[in-house]
Unconditional design. Sequence first.
Length: 486
Amino acid sequence: MLLCVTVDVRRSDDAFVLGGEAVERLRERVGRALVEARRGGGVVAAITVPVGPDLDLSAVVLAARRPEDRFACLEQPERDGQVLATLGQAEVIESRGANRFAEVAARARELGRTAVVDDPATDPDRPPASGPIFVGGFAFAHDGGSSPEWSGLAPACLVLPEAALSRQGGEARLTLTAVLQPDDDGDEVVERLVRRSDELAPTGMPLLDPDPVQRTRVASAAPPSHYEQAVERAVERIRSGELEKIVLAREVRAHAPSPHDPGAVLGALRELFPACYCWCVGTPDAAFVGASPELLVRRDGQRASTVALAGTTRRSADPAVDDHLGEQLLGSAKNRDEQAIVARRIERTLAPVSLWVAAAGDPVLVKVHNVQHLATPIRAQLADPVPTVELAGMLLPTPAVGGEPSETALPLIPALEGLDRGWYAGAVGWTDLAEDGEFCVALRCALLRGHVAHLYSGCGIVRDSVPEEELAETEVKLEALLPLVS
């Protein structure tokens, strides 16, 4: 059972300190949840309160995290300043294997099945991802992330955070959550949540060091020639008719003289890529950061939307040259074919669970800081409200990060790449108790673990791909993050 109420927060210099009424309501909810828990099973109790919308919520969370905390910051600045920032773990749901999406969705649903929450109609201005939510991500492969650098990030992982801050436009909310067990002390639970709220404070995001004393050493995990040879072998298989397309990635490592700061990297990413999904998902030992241009899936009731994105070229500071590069991309048969493969697969995947699926007739250009892509928006009216997490599992991996046909391409990818993708080309996002939510494809990203940043970049390989050109495209894509960690 989940119990949630919207109340006022005390307006003072202590921006997140709960007022007396809020504390009493929290105490009541915890007491009721504890009674239910003693009848069997963990029970969730939560309160949601409004907070000031002018605060840097991601900075607040990153500054307040404890050594043992999981944390997450998901932002899309150009989307009316949308932010979700979470701290701590009331519950962690993990799974691996072919049924991982369904398993974590079922376990999250069970936690919220008997939820007692505010009627959304009583708070019509609340931003998305308000109230108790699950935040996390999924590896590219069913059992991905087995190598040591990915430890702590299971192939499927959703976290019900102890504190969650959400904002869009002029509205922001704080939610405090606990999962009550039969032998818990209710007063101790209330004190723990109040203490968590008290530790939150307005602050700014840390900055990258513009002139470090020691230089960062950057090197490919495998020689660049290894990637070119993998592309050659893939093209041979495509031309033989074995498959239509395969995406191959490579890894570059940045060894810094001091530990990488995920907050500073995220702060720079959201400035450089305000139209992208900028995220930082962290454990006590590592942080996965990135800025992705690609929506995997968004669900609002029975409406679902996604984007088929494939085909890339560089940007130029000269507007005329930039436009010319975009026109060349739109006119490229190789890139149009690659993009069409992705769009067709997404439509076929959504069709069995939808009343209708509609894709734009022609791709459009999506321009971000250093590259531009071909993209086709796709919308669907679901026949039944399939949970966001399960929709993500149906769509991932798309041919934009995997291949076509998938049953041939997916086993071939690790054999050709020779790396553990972990969460790269997987998904990062959130889902709420109504099973609505949003996940992006984890691209333009890096795994930060201590002094080492693991960066990943991939390209779609088709019959006309040229190994040297594909290697050059990975370098262009790496420019999104490499300057921030080197």
